[in-house]
Write a protein that binds this ligand. Structure first.
Ligand code: SF4
Length: 358
């Protein structure tokens, strides 16, 4: 059970799992847990930490104190992230890159968040810095510093305005939705745009979604540039926490969104043009499916039984150097970490590498 503040949630995780700091010697592309993810658009995902003090009932990445499958957590360093980000932005060759800070944890508790935002915004070619967060963990002072550092937009994870249901969905008894509302007002005053991105859990927060739309519209979220709310469909993930419910079809979901737009007179969808998302050169994939590669195993991976490896030889370039998740088994920890092994690449979607020991 979590304690009385969000820090107790993080302390609990630190007692139970290995916390791994990622330094400049580790490539920044190749895993979902930290570093950079490039999906071939002008948006680069920056993933600073896997730590999260909440335990949302639907969490697709099974984060937080109540995680059942993690055995390590990662905290990346700005010294590793920022130079790699600069290289990838240069590689893309466009002048409207959006750096989106998110990941398998809650970026709001990342200790170097202001430094990361300031560094990202200073990179030539970056036009916008945005962040996905529950916001609750940020103080007024940190928000002010983030605004000064150049944070443009917060995508707010929020699933209910009802204090009790909000605590239940977030799995965190200390989570206070009224404090979140105060922080939203503060962010907007400071010039940071905010859009709400609730996850719709049919049968659990139907009325709450309507209330969030009304509240967001009345309080100026989206600032007239974007819809105040972009609703997320709940999708159960193999390794995520699951909520027992009837899963809506995509067709049914979009039909309900259109109905709500008409009923409430609020736009709830945005085009790629409005969001300024477009194709942009994607990083090369240096290793193909089925390739056998030499890997130095450096630590546990995030999920129990997985390990983190560096594919050798390194070229000292974020464009080509990759980390890889090596699937083995928890009993292999003492044998693997610190050693070189041969691995077969079994997945490389969007440069996220998974391999098996040969
Ligand atoms: S959904 Fe986000 S805030 Fe909730 S437990 Fe997962 S990572 Fe944390």
């Amino acid at each position: 059970m979590t304690g009385v503040t969000w820090r107790d949630g993080v302390d609990e995780i630190e007692r139970r799992r290995k916390i791994i700091s990622v330094g400049v010697d580790v490539p920044q592309v190749g895993v979902l847990a930290f570093g950079l993810v490039d999906r071939g658009t002008n948006i680069i995902e920056v993933r600073p930490t896997t730590l999260c003090p909440l335990s949302c009932i639907y969490c697709s990445v099974n984060a937080g104190p109540r995680s059942t499958n993690r055995w390590a957590e990662f905290i990346d360093t700005p010294e590793a992230l920022l130079p790699a980000l600069e290289e990838v932005v240069r590689f893309k060759g466009v002048n409207d890159v959006e750096v989106h800070i998110d990941g398998m944890g809650e970026p709001g508790i990342y200790p170097y968040l202001v430094k990361l935002v300031r560094g990202a915004k200073a990179i030539s070619g970056v036009s916008r810095v945005s962040m996905q967060t529950r916001l609750y963990m940020l103080s007024d002072d940190t928000l002010r510093e983030l605004a000064q550092a150049g944070l443009d937009r917060i995508n707010l994870s929020i699933d209910s305005l009802n204090p009790e249901l909000a605590k239940r969905i977030s799995g965190a008894p200390w989570y206070d939705i009224n404090r979140v509302k105060e922080l939203v007002a503060r962010a907007l005053e400071l010039g940071i745009n905010v859009i709400a991105s609730p996850v719709w859990l049919p049968g659990i927060n139907d009325d709450d979604i309507i209330n969030i739309i009304k509240w967001a519209g009345e309080n100026g979220l989206g600032r007239g540039e974007l819809p105040p709310v972009l609703i997320q469909k709940y999708i159960p993930h193999k390794r995520g926490r699951r909520v027992r419910m009837r899963i809506m079809s995509w067709q049914g979901f979009w039909r309900r969104i259109k109905d709500m737009e008409l009923e409430l007179g609020v736009r709830l969808t945005a085009t790629n043009d409005e969001l300024n998302v477009h194709r942009a050169p994607q990083l090369p994939r240096p290793y193909k499916l089925g390739d056998n590669v030499k890997v130095r195993v450096i630590s546990r991976g995030i999920i129990k039984g997985e390990f983190l490896g560096v594919i050798l030889p390194l070229r000292n370039s974020a464009i080509y150097d990759r980390v890889i998740t090596v699937i083995a088994g928890p009993h292999m920890e003492k044998i693997l970490i610190g050693n070189q092994v041969k691995v077969r690449v079994i997945e490389n979607n969007d440069n996220i590498y998974i391999g098996r020991l040969i």
